[in-house]
Design a protein around this ligand. Structure first.
Ligand code: FES
Length: 292
């Protein structure tokens, strides 16, 4: 289980400034449902050019919701110049710290803020734009983004880079390139570290089910509950994970998309790349019609 600060728990259970500002001055979007985390930030300025109001909509885990909430509190009253100097470390510090594995949520907040300020200044795209060449195709992370998290957070290992921007956390095919980037930025090679056992090591059935349940509890359920839904683990058959949606999710037309692209992506990220997610079909529960 993650160690969360009281402040983080408070912002997760009582998120501030949820929603969207009408006729905002700036809009910033980052992430996608397919990657399991998405944030939309809107702000309005007062007559002196200070941020009068800020709101967010987030799809993600408890840390993503808490970092988005706290970010809206931090920037209120700031000029855009002041807000543009906020780093992901500032956001994490404001929460009293984040689990290392969750630092990517603070990076997502910083990127959404930068995109919103850029949108206000240039009237250009609201979506955080990728700069540089994509290194990690699993999570769409570029060399420039990796260089930035290394510099901003003084990172030295591939594992740390994964925690801060997810790069390297999927198939692992980009890890060598990440090592080279660390070496270029730091001027010395990254220490070799074993890859997360859950991704490459053999999982026992019991351990696999435990990790699946833990991932559902910590990374999937909070986001679905925030939208009036829920999810239950029904069964695990080999690499097939059978789940059932509850509440709003059960009637949602987006359920199939949500399950394939969000639930499966999260389970692959935190448990194993081989997992396939299927929805428990009510018809599967009917007795078979035996014709003899
Ligand atoms: S390409 Fe980076 S983890 Fe797959």
């Amino acid at each position: 289980m993650w160690e969360y600060t009281d402040k983080l728990k408070d912002h997760f259970f009582n998120p501030r400034n949820v929603g969207e500002i009408e006729n905002p001055d700036g809009v910033g979007e980052v992430g996608s449902l397919a990657c399991g985390d998405a944030l939309r930030l809107t702000f309005k300025l007062d007559e002196n050019g200070r941020i009068k109001d800020a709101k967010f909509k987030t799809f993600g885990c408890a840390s993503a919701i808490a970092t988005s909430s706290v970010l809206t509190e931090m920037i209120k009253g700031m000029t855009l110049e002041e807000a543009s100097r906020i780093t992901n470390k500032d956001i994490a510090d404001y929460l009293g710290g984040l689990p290392e594995q969750k630092m990517h949520c603070s990076v997502m907040g910083r990127e959404a803020l930068e995109a919103a300020i850029e949108n206000y200044r240039t009237g250009g795209r609201k979506k955080h734009e990728l700069q540089g060449n994509v290194v990690c195709t699993c999570f769409g992370v570029t060399d420039k983004e990796i260089e930035r998290v290394i510099r901003d957070n003084d990172l030295t290992t591939v594992e740390q880079v994964t925690n801060y921007c997810k790069a390297g956390g999927g198939c692992g095919g980009c890890r060598e390139q990440i090592e080279k980037i660390i070496e270029n930025v730091r001027g010395r090679p990254a220490p070799k570290q074993p890859v997360h056992a859950g991704r490459t090591g053999r999982l026992t059935n019991i351990r696999k089910i435990q990790l699946i349940q833990q991932t559902i509890n910590e990374h999937i359920r909070p986001a679905l509950r925030a939208h009036g839904g829920d999810i239950e683990l029904v069964d695990v058959e080999g690499n097939k994970v059978i789940v059932a949606f509850r509440g709003m999710c059960a009637q949602c037309r987006m359920a199939e998309f949500t399950m394939k692209d969000v639930v499966q992506s999260k389970l692959r990220e935190f448990v194993s790349q081989d997992l396939l997610v299927e929805e428990d079909s009510p018809s599967d529960q009917q007795p078979h019609d035996h014709r003899e």
